[in-house]
Design a protein around this ligand. Structure first.
Ligand SMILES: Cc1cc2nc3c(=O)[nH]c(=O)nc-3n(C[C@H](O)[C@H](O)[C@H](O)COP(=O)(O)OP(=O)(O)OC[C@H]3O[C@@H](n4cnc5c(N)ncnc54)[C@H](O)[C@@H]3O)c2cc1C
Length: 434
């Protein structure tokens, strides 16, 4: 098979790839200089839509509606945008071998691609219960959600198993968003997770108590503190029930599993330095191999604000790291220098009528403020994290765009806090003193 050469190649066609392409185009590209090689069959899109609007019973989001860069209020890059900008979008093509020494990539079909500069944007894959050998985990109608194909399979099952029973395994982002959207689709929904409360990596028990209460008020049953240990299926191989460690059995027509992800770094093992499960980069997203960059979920990068090295699996970082890498590549070609990446962590989620944002670092003591009664008509509350007398993290449910901006400013500025009780009383108005 013929070999194709590009000045720049991006492996992966997800969020980071799309934002990188836009940044390249901003700087000016010659036709044929840039290729995006993606396993998926569609042009880069805003992945968070898959667990939200894509599954809505009415007015569901569909492509081309949520191609990048609409998620951050930018221009929607339709498939033709890439050809109009001289960018080759090589879809339905999985790279199965990457040889960084010879700068050669090989696809599953045997095509080879060479490059001068490579951007690794392969993202993450889901952790599958079969990886743990959970009995029955290969039954039909047990779903995972990462790519649009996964979402399409779930949409088909929602249609065929109308008004049935769903068990959601996992109490993280996917678990919470999927439970809500399946309830909106009129399913009988039970969430199961082993932790004492949902989203334990970010939520305090107080924050979680609000969401668990709100979900319960909306008819979602929650079984926490127990593990799923197996599945039963019928003669067709369709899942019928979920077995819990405490001996109980939950009936299920559909199971959705959201137990975490794993960065896709396998292709580059032993070729690049790794750290904290990702590919180690500098503040410009260059890896230990010159001319090879890693962005988005796969990158472990210097988090300047906390003098730490971290990996972040969130869309905002995928977008910003991609832009930073391209800016750095273009600057180095012009003999210029840009500032190091200086990222303020930002996570968000939306479900039912709820919407929260978090900025900063969730370390230290916490104070809550506002109305966190799950039965309120319009709950609005927040939490601050304080360490060594400084406010480092801020969470807000139900905030307006301006209020969300305010908490992001607080997390960036890290103001001194002396009196936690006073801070709890002041809540959002604390920001007006800064
Ligand atoms: C359902 C869902 C909902 C989410 N919701 C939120 C949210 O609300 N807020 C938030 O902050 N974050 C959310 N995230 C996380 C966010 O989407 C990711 O952090 C972001 O997409 C990472 O971007 P990326 O470009 O690194 O990887 P991805 O967007 O995952 O893109 C990776 C791409 O690489 C391709 N690929 C992988 N290996 C190969 C290969 N060998 N050859 C060719 N192509 C390959 C994949 O097919 C994919 O197209 C969500 C994720 C999911 C799955």
């Amino acid at each position: 098979m013929a070999e194709k050469h590009f000045k720049y190649v991006i492996i992966g066609g997800g969020v980071a790839a799309g934002y990188a392409a836009r940044e390249f185009a901003k700087h000016g590209l010659n036709p044929g200089e840039l290729a995006i090689i993606s396993k998926e069959a569609v042009a880069p899109y805003e992945r968070p839509a898959l667990s939200k609007g894509y599954l809505f019973p009415q007015g569901a989001a569909r492509l081309p509606g949520f191609h990048v860069c609409v998620g951050s209020g930018g221009e929607r890059l339709l498939p033709e945008w890439y050809s109009e900008n001289g960018i080759e979008l090589i879809l339905s093509t999985e790279i199965v071998k990457a040889d960084l020494a010879s700068k050669t990539l090989t696809s599953a079909a045997g095509a080879t691609f060479t490059y001068d500069i490579l951007i690794i944007a392969t993202g993450s894959t889901v952790i599958n219960l079969s990886d743990f050998g959970t009995p029955g985990a290969n039954a039909n109608n047990i779903f995972y959600l990462r790519e649009i194909d996964d979402a399409d399979k779930l949409v088909a099952a929602i249609e065929t198993k109308k008004n049935g029973k769903v068990v959601i395994v996992g109490g993280g982002y996917i678990g919470l968003e999927l439970s809500a959207v399946m309830k909106m689709n009129n399913f009988d929904v039970t969430m199961v997770y082993p932790e004492p409360w949902c989203m334990p990596r970010l939520f305090t028990s107080d924050i979680a108590a609000f969401y668990e209460g709100y979900y319960a008020n909306n008819g979602v049953k929650i079984d926490k503190g127990t593990l799923v240990v197996g599945f039963d299926s019928d003669a067709n191989g369709d899942v019928t029930s979920v077995k819990l460690k405490d001996g109980r059995v939950l009936e299920a027509d559909i199971v959705v599993v959201g137990v975490g992800g794993r960065p896709l770094t396998k292709l580059f093992k032993a070729q690049v330095e790794e750290e904290k499960g990702g590919i180690k980069t500098d503040g410009f997203f260059q890896t230990s191999v010159p001319g090879v960059y890693a962005v988005g979920d796969v990158a472990t990068f210097p988090m300047k604000l906390y003098n730490d090295i971290r990996r972040v699996e969130h869309v905002d970082h995928a977008r910003k790291s991609a832009e930073q890498a391209v800016k750095a590549i273009k600057a180095s070609e012009e003999g210029k220098v840009i500032d190091e990446y200086d990222y303020l962590p930002y996570f968000y989620s939306r479900s039912f009528d709820l919407s929260w944002q978090f900025y900063g670092d969730n370390v230290g003591e916490t104070v809550m403020f506002g109305d966190n009664d799950p039965a309120s008509a319009k709950p609005k509350f927040g939490s601050y994290w304080i360490k060594d007398g400084k406010l480092l993290g801020a969470f807000l449910e139900g905030g307006s765009p301006d209020e969300n901006k305010t908490i992001s400013k607080l997390a960036r500025l890290q103001p001194q806090v002396t009196d936690l009780e006073q801070l709890a009383k002041e809540g959002l108005s604390f920001a007006s003193k800064i």
